[in-house]
Design a protein around this ligand. Sequence first.
Ligand SMILES: NC(=O)c1ccc[n+]([C@@H]2O[C@H](COP(=O)([O-])OP(=O)(O)OC[C@H]3O[C@@H](n4cnc5c(N)ncnc54)[C@H](OP(=O)(O)O)[C@@H]3O)[C@@H](O)[C@H]2O)c1
Length: 268
Amino acid sequence: MISTDPFPTKLPIGTESPAVADWDHFLKAFFGTDPLPPSTLQAVFEPLRQMSDNSMMVIAQIGQTLDGRIATVTGQSKYINGQDGLVHLHRLRALVDAVVVGVETAITDDPLLTVRLVNGQSPARIVIDPRGRLASNAKVWQQDGVRKIWVTSEDQAVFAPPEVENLALPLTDGQIDPKNLLQRLQQIGISRVLIEGGAKTVSGFLQAKCLHHLHLIVAPIVMGSGRPSFELPPILHMDQATRMSTSTHVLGNDVLFACNLRKDSLVL
Ligand SMILES: NC(=O)c1ccc[n+]([C@@H]2O[C@H](COP(=O)([O-])OP(=O)(O)OC[C@H]3O[C@@H](n4cnc5c(N)ncnc54)[C@H](OP(=O)(O)O)[C@@H]3O)[C@@H](O)[C@H]2O)c1
């Protein structure tokens, strides 16, 4: 049956669905300069197009439960989101130059961070690991020809595995400044960045006002315990909370909150 809604909110997914052809067409158009034809994909992903050739685009993605958890108390998070949510994540990966994770995610999940569920190129893989804790046999370091960057503190000597570049940055109050990191990435040709977790890493970018977009995918699950999606300094009043301009989209049983943070972002 053909939908009469010109902008249906349900993202069609699945390897056997016509969305595969839609996606391939959309992906090609996304990196071109022509306006994107109206479609479900355009409605969700058009805001992620860069404003100009030399501008940055920084998006964070989180998959959480109804009660705002991204992992169990033991750190297990596979899988909170359903297949549609996972496809959405792989689409995001295909639209960026690089995906960034904190070292806890790289250790706990041992993720590949490649594009597998949709067509598209796998982005560079970047791990923020100030103390150089990540093992050389971590899957993110697999030798597949994709660019890999190990972001460490400049005080920490590391021996980078084959194919892995080391980007050593100063610490400010024990932290790598997200803005400094983004500027350094831009200098080496990386201007579309997906911050994929975990909570500490995404929160650091949010607190530093270094995000243009946040895609929060909420699954109909209650964990009742576990790790929260964000770890930010306490606030006393609701007017201190970050309110987001958002659109919502149905992803199977999950709901995507596509939040636009551009007006507050300090990153150009
Ligand atoms: N549901 C989801 O969408 C999702 C996505 C990703 C991960 N996860 C889950 O999240 C959990 C891990 O999250 P997490 O919050 O514990 O850790 P995380 O964000 O993965 O990693 C945090 C660590 O990375 C380093 N780091 C990150 N940003 C830094 C900065 N700006 N400056 C200095 N160091 C920085 C620090 O390493 P040091 O500790 O060495 O200083 C920090 O403790 C896992 O259980 C994983 O399964 C869930």
